[in-house]
Design a protein around this ligand. Structure first.
Ligand SMILES: *Cc1c(COP(=O)(O)O)cnc(C)c1O
Length: 418
């Protein structure tokens, strides 16, 4: 086809540019999928418009309901996590909120682990409470406490493995079993495992979806972290293996008007091929740094689930390290800085780091550090945590050797033992 397109029949070039007849040849194939951007999606006829279905991904109706770009990302995320259906939302927190809004109603109760991602607790204490949905916090390390707190109003149990800041790894299969026994939905914040450290839909390793396999009902994932990998995109996903539950979440998603931008979806699609390699690299670096901390007396307690003595280490081994020595963990760990050091000294240590930047989130190329005030985050100081000031490290993709030199200089300067 020549470029002598028949646009001259219009009174003005604008019309010609908008209704331009050229269509590029089909069959373009390249490593990266195309980016489809749309609010409006065309229908060839009114009849087609009336009958088109988007809920089963068989067609397209409106940008908010899905495009080739978002469908592709959803399917790849299902493969990553072992799920069957996926909904994309604009942030990890939006994934947690969507789950709550989709499955809870006035009079219901939601149970949340006491070490959960803070904003999930804030959502329960804010909007959910205003909607007449109550919540309670349970001890993530005590399955009996979870059982005790489940009552006839409990509709949803949140799980997190490990807890966001204090990094306790719970007995996840046992928690899920107890939810199953009581017929309560369980949703996992799967951001740490990322679909790589363990399979949330196959907790016993006997085949996802198989007869008798143990699975969470819902996996919520902050794609902002490892799936993005860049520290530059906010996105979340809600993955299920149950068509009816997915539809319930999908309809709520539609009514709330949640959607993600095509360019952001494309960024995550571009990062997914390297997620397993990056996860392993972040893991290796985090363990090198954690091992460094472990022999330094400034560290009163190391919180990294792959280290002996860390809270829930045995549960991490059972779930993630079935073939000993092969287990994976995210590049995230916390150190309880000995109580002899003041908050001001710990702050100065964080400020004194050069390669580690001070900032929230994780999963990107740059190492991050944040001091946390545990006493303001928990119902009570957990018995398994030593006194002190907690500092969380998220390792980026820098060399472990350079990061250790950075830790060394900041410890020498700001946390003297003498
Ligand atoms: C970061 C994070 C979230 C929220 O993700 P955003 O995209 O920042 O909203 C939720 N859960 C966990 C465990 C996280 O680390």
């Amino acid at each position: 086809m020549t470029n002598d397109a028949n646009t001259s029949s219009f009174a003005h070039i604008s019309t010609g540019l908008i209704h331009h007849p050229y269509t590029p040849p089909a069959g373009f194939d390249a490593p990266q999928p195309g980016v489809f951007k749309a609010s409006t999606v065309y229908f060839p006829t009114v009849a087609d418009m009336r009958q088109r279905e988007w809920k089963d991904k068989s067609a397209y109706t409106y940008g908010l309901h899905g495009t080739p770009t978002t469908y592709l990302l959803e399917e790849r995320l299902c493969s990553l996590e072992g799920g069957l259906q996926c909904v994309l939302v604009p942030s990890g927190l939006a994934a947690l909120a969507l789950v709550a809004l989709a499955v809870l109603k006035t009079g219901d109760e939601v149970l949340i682990p006491d070490n959960a991602y803070g904003p999930n607790k804030a959502l329960a204490d804010g909007e959910l409470r205003h909607f007449g949905i109550t919540h309670r916090f349970y001890d993530p390390m005590d399955p009996q406490d979870l059982s005790r707190q489940i009552n006839e109003r409990t509709r949803l149990v949140w799980l997190e493995a490990p807890g966001s800041v204090s990094m306790e790894f719970p007995d996840l299969p046992e928690m899920v079993r107890r939810c199953r026994e009581r017929g309560v939905l369980c949703a996992l914040d799967n951001t740490w495992g990322a679909g790589l450290a363990f399979n949330a839909f196959d907790l016993l390793g006997d085949g996802a979806g198989g007869e008798g396999s143990l699975a969470v009902d819902i996996s919520a994932h902050a794609l902002t972290k490892y799936p993005s990998g860049g520290g530059d995109v906010l996105m979340g996903s809600v993955i299920t293996r149950d068509a009816a539950l997915h539809l319930q979440i999908k309809l709520c998603h539609m009514r709330l008007g949640l959607g993600v931008a095509a360019n952001d979806a494309e960024t995550v699609l571009r990062s997914l091929p390297s997620i397993a390699l990056r996860y392993a690299a972040h893991d290796q670096t985090a363990r090198a740094l954690a091992a460094w901390w472990q022999v330094h007396p400034q560290c009163a307690q190391l919180m990294h689930p792959a280290f002996a003595g860390a809270p829930g280490h045995a549960h991490w081994q059972a779930l993630c390290d079935r073939e000993p020595g092969t287990g994976q963990a995210a590049g995230l760990f916390s150190v309880m800085i000995d109580a002899r050091f003041s908050q001001a000294q710990v702050d100065a240590f964080c400020d004194g780091l050069k390669l580690f930047k001070i900032g929230y989130s994780w999963g990107g190329p740059v190492s991050l550090v944040v001091p946390y005030d545990i006493s303001s985050m928990r119902q009570a100081w957990p018995g398994h945590l030593k006194p002190g000031t907690l500092v969380r490290f998220s390792t980026g993709l820098e060399s472990a050797q350079d990061l250790i030199l950075d830790l060394h200089q900041a410890v020498q300067a700001h946390l003297p033992m003498a």
